[in-house]
Ligand binder design. Structure first.
Ligand SMILES: [Cu+2]
Length: 173
């Protein structure tokens, strides 16, 4: 996995073009992606989609969960103050329709990556019993529980599907 893996395409293009305009405030460049690490696990870009008012469920995705270690692990679930429960859901295409069902664990084999992306068959985390709608630009904590690595808290970014990020580049400072 190259270290440029998580650079947003636009930023990568500018860097390659040698015309990168980075903030000069001494802080890291404007974050367009984020990740958390726990042991040999790398949790790349936890994100969620905004939810319409009244909807009681939301979904959390990851660009990927990478297990860079030599031993298998499993995601067993999670919790967040934003919802009553967090479930692991598996999506699959069945006769042109996406169907989802709850599973008890998500296998994270050694030296492999699992994608949990919006719009792809695969897995996501379902927030059941949302306490308030998720709004674009918000960030909220989510604690994940792994069979081997233990627990870690990540920050979930709520992003509109077009990838539109909050306009203010210094919003996070
Ligand atoms: Cu689901």
């Amino acid at each position: 996995m190259s270290s440029s893996h998580d650079l947003p395409h636009a930023l990568r293009r500018r860097l390659l073009a040698g015309t990168a305009l980075l903030p000069l405030c001494g802080l890291p460049p404007v974050a367009r992606a984020h990740e958390a690490r726990l042991g040999s696990l790398r949790l790349a870009h936890p994100y969620a989609r905004p939810t319409p008012g009244g909807l009681r469920t939301g979904a959390v995705y990851f660009k990927a969960i990478h297990n860079q270690g030599g031993q298998d692990d499993e995601l067993l679930g999670g919790s967040t103050p934003r919802a009553e429960a967090v479930e692991i859901h598996a999506m699959r295409l069945n006769q042109d329709r996406m169907q989802m069902r709850q599973v008890q664990r998500l296998a994270l084999p050694a030296r492999s990556s699992v994608r949990l992306r919006d719009g792809e068959a695969g897995h996501h985390l379902m927030l059941v019993g949302l306490k308030q709608p998720l709004r674009a630009g918000e960030r909220f904590p989510l604690t994940l529980n792994f069979a081997r690595a233990g627990r870690v808290q990540v920050e979930v970014w709520v992003e509109a599907p077009d990838g539109a990020a909050p306009a203010d580049p210094h919003a996070g400072h």
